[in-house]
Design a protein around this ligand. Sequence first.
Ligand code: G4P
Length: 524
Amino acid sequence: MHPEILRRRTFAIIAHPDAGKTTLTEKLLLFGGAIQTAGAVKSNKIKKSTTSDFMEIEKQRGISVSTSVMAFEYGGYKVNILDTPGHEDFAEDTYRTLSAVDSVIMVIDCVKGVEPQTRKLLEVCRMRNTPVIVFINKLDREGRDAFDLLDEIEKELKIRVRPMTWPIGIGKLFKGVYDISAHSLRLFMGDAKDRIVPSVTFTDIHDPAIDREIGHDFAQKLREDVEMIESVYDRFEKEKYLKGEICPVFFGSAVNNFGVKELLDCFVEIAPSPTGRMAEEGFVSPEEKEFSGFIFKIHANLDPRHRDRIAFLRIVSGKFERNKYYHHVREGRELRFSNPTAFMAQQKSVIDEAWPGDVIGLYDPGNFKIGDTLTEGRILHFQGIPTFSPELFRYVTNLDPMKSKQFQKGLEQLTDEGVAQLFTRKTDGRKIIGTVGALQFDVIQFRLKHEYNASASFDVLDLHKAFWITSKNPQALKKFMEDRAPYIAFDKKQRPVFMAESAWIYQMAREKYPDVEFHVKAEY
Ligand code: G4P
């Protein structure tokens, strides 16, 4: 494989809000020299306390463009961190971003353990067998026992773990971490935000020098713990990690810059270099000479005076070059990009070329939809960007008949961007918006007003779920759609959807129409 591909590491940090994702990202960027001072990376979480959530979202949107991709060089590696929104209402966005990475680091707060978002995000990683490294954070707080935490992670997330480092003490008594395979000890000096305390290396765990460093009692406890680890947990095997079967675990304190370097050093060494992707037409390997890539995210209208959008493209194979013509498969036409941008932390710069694993921003006057494929001419449709059944539904109505064009355009563009899903009811053409979280309705209303000068109102629609329907028997599908006509709608790709009012109604439909298949996820 080309050395430029081999040296790339493209990943995302995932965490339940507040576990320390932003703090860890920042420390990694500091190591990579991409930023010089702490506090430079703005958190893109939406603070619960803010009174006007959507104003906050607008602010965050600006921030999140600059933090969408944070690239830096470290020890000969090119590291690309893809940012995921913290707020659970933006889970869809996170799922799409996860389709563009090759591995993830999951941050867990040692006081709180496994939290709901951790669980959901890991499920998505498991679906794709994405390799995961766990970082247990905030060891300077009175957290839970390390073995208990590992037990909880294994049970709740149904994944095997393997500690790579081990904490000595916790909270006020936190002494440091012991690197199990390197036999080295890094002592915790409290607030060492901007410096790295050197580590001390020993011959093995029985080296009496350990007692001198941390005291006899802690040294004894460490020996017992390490013995326990060796007997309880499987040894670390890179192959198993790459298959997503075992997660290496690190301990530290991101805010104190503690345990972060060990994590980064191990990460660049073991994390996968860019992997290929499945397309409808077959697997595409990063080594293939011809360029290909897919759009997984679109940011629109950052400047309300210009209808500018940035489409984020993950390169799957070949080399991307500026000003070269590429094939937009869905639209069947050739496009060329004169200002493709790369992101080095806060800075955006125009690039001449990019390699598999890289994510670039393409200026987009409205050509792209999420999931679009760009190639050097081949007809390819990349898979793996799922659309999930929304959880909340509302009818959307245009309040100002004079502005119906703007209203339509706004709805189309905002849903292209993936803010929400748009369905059209079969019988009367009524528009229905489906979202994962309630916040999106506010976002849509606000952005329609500010960016398109259109006013929308929402009416409650009490639905259980929307199921995409298919059947091997076209007659059966037709009959179902006729019998249930008031509950049939079409998504933006004109795929039929069954709007089930309750779980019971869904169950009845399944029993009565065994030839119809119901999908909560659309990827076909
Ligand atoms: P997130 O992106 O996952 O939502 O979390 P973020 O990094 O913003 O961290 C959440 C809070 O946890 C922050 O405090 C941060 O300083 C703190 N934190 C992160 N790592 C550690 C750690 O190792 N130890 C301790 N004790 N705290 C940690 P905050 O008060 O919400 O924000 P700030 O005012 O400190 O920025």
